[in-house]
Ligand binder design. Sequence first.
Ligand code: ADP
Ligand code: MG
Length: 535
Amino acid sequence: MALVMDEYGRPFIILKEQEQKSRLRGLDAQKANISAGKAVARILRTSLGPKGMDKMLQSPDGDVIISNDGATILEQMDVDNQIAKLMVELSRSQDYEIGDGTTGVVVMAGALLEQAEKLLERGIHPIRIAEGYEMASRIAVEHLEHIAHKFEFGVNNFEPLVQTCMTTLSSKIVNRCKRVLAEIAVKAVMAVADFERKDVNLDLIKVEGKVGGKLEDTELIYGIVIDKDMSHPQMPKQIEDAKIAILTCPFEPPKPKTKHKVDIDTVEKFQTIRLQEQKYFDDMVQKCKDVGATLVICQWGFDDEANHLLMHRNLPAVRWVGGVELELIAIATGGRIVPRFQELSPEKLGRAGLVQEKSFGTTKDRMIYIEQCANSRAVTIFIRGGNKMMIEETKRSLHDALCVARNLIRNNSIVYGGGSAEISCSIAVEAASDNYRGVEQYAIRAFADALDSIPMALAENSGLPPIETLSAVKSQQIKENNPCCGIDCNDVGTNNMSEQNVFETLIGKQQQILLATQVVKLILKIDDVITPAVY
Ligand code: ADP
Ligand code: MG
C-alpha cells in the first residue's frame, strides 16, 4: 500500500497489484473481524468448566489429541484467519503467564466482541467502545482485589494449595484422580520452591510418562527418572551410594580401523592396533575408577566392544542420555557435567543414594531412577495411564495444576471460582457505570454483560438453564452481599463456592480480564484489512 498525491495535492492510496488484494474498510472490517473472533470463542465455549466437553483433534500426520485445555486446542487447530490467530495468541499468552484459565480468557474475549458488535450497530464509535472497555476492566480488576482472600499455607500445611489445584484439575479428563494428582503437583512445587524469593522454577520438575498401569499409580519421585536402561543387561540393576560421572564427551576408543586409512598388511599389525584400542579404552575406564565413579552417564553412545569392556571392568553405564536430562541430573546430584575426558576429577562427580533400574509390564520397558540425591531440588512426576493420549492430556493438566501452585506461592491471594468472581465484578461494573456521563457508560454496561457470559457458559455446559440460573445467583449475591455465590456445576447442593472449595488465583483472574480486554481493543481499532485475495 502506498499513499501518493495527485497534481492538486489530493492524496490517494495505491494498492500494489490491486486486483490481487481484497480490502475491507470501516464498519465492514470491524464486523468481519468480530465474527472471526467470535467463531473461535464459540468453539471453546463448550469446553469451559468442570462439565466442559473435550475436543478431539487430528494433526495432518494422523496423530490424535484429546484435550480440554484451551491453549492446546487452539494450538492444534489450523486457523487461517488473522483475527482468529490473535485469539490463539491470546490463549497462549495466558498460558505463558499464568498457565491456567486459557479457555476462560477466550470465552471472555468472545463475549466482549459480541457486545461490541451490538454497540457498533447502535452507531457508537469503536474508539469509545475501546475506552469504555478499558475503564470497565480497571474497575473489575480493582474489584477483584477487594473480594480476594489471602490464603495462609505453610510447608507443613499445604491443604489449601491442594484444594486450589483440585479446582483446576476438576475440569480436565483426569478429574477422577484429581486428589492424587493435586497432591503430587503441590508436593512437587513445594520441593523445588524457593520460599525466600517466592519463586518456583518449574524446569526443575520433570514430567515423564509411560503407557501402562493406572492413573492412580502416578507417583512423585524425589530425584530424576530417565527413560533409559543400563547399557548392558548384565550390569547391576541397583547401585547404592552412587558416584556418578556425567560425561558429554565421547566415551570410547578412537577408531582408526574404520575412520582412517591405515595400511595393515600383517596380522601382527592388526593385533597391535586392536590391543592399542582396547588399552586406550581400558585407560579411560581406569581413569573413571580412579576418580571414584561407580556409574557413568554419557551423552554419547559406545559400541558393543566398549560396552562389553565396561561390563567386564564392572563399571555400570547409561548411554544416549539427552542434554536436558543431563543438566537435571547434574543439578539433582550436585555433580558437574564433564565436557572433556581429561577434566574428570573426584569433585565433579554427582552423588545419589540409590540408582536403580526398574522394569514395567511384560515388555522390556525399563527406566532408571536416580533417588536420594545430594541436592533434592529436582523432582520427577512419573505418570502412568492406559494410553498415550491419556498420558499426554495428563501432562497438560498437571502443567495447569503446577502453574496454579506456583502462582499461589508467588502471590497467595485467591478469588472464588464457578463464575462467582465474574458475577461479583459484573455487579460492581454495572453499578460504577452510572458515574460516567459519556457514551462510555454503554460500553461499561456492555462489559458487565460480557462478564456474565462466563457463569452463563458454566451453567449451560452443566445442563442448567443458563439465564434462570445466572439471574438466581446474581440476585442472591446482591441480597446476601456475598461474592462467593457461583454456579453449582456439579450439583452439590450449594451455591457457596467457599463451601465447595472452588478457588482460583487472583492474578490468574486479573490477567484473564486484562488480556481479553487488550485483544478486543486491538481488534476494534482495526478499520482497514488488506489481504491477498483468495483464488
Ligand atoms: P480454563 O482453561 O479457563 O481454566 P476450565 O475448563 O479449567 O477452563 O474451567 C475453569 C472454570 O470452571 C473456572 O471458571 C472455574 O471457576 C470453574 N470451575 C472449576 N471447577 C468447578 C466446580 N467444581 N464448580 C463450579 N465451577 C468450577
Ligand atoms: Mg482450568
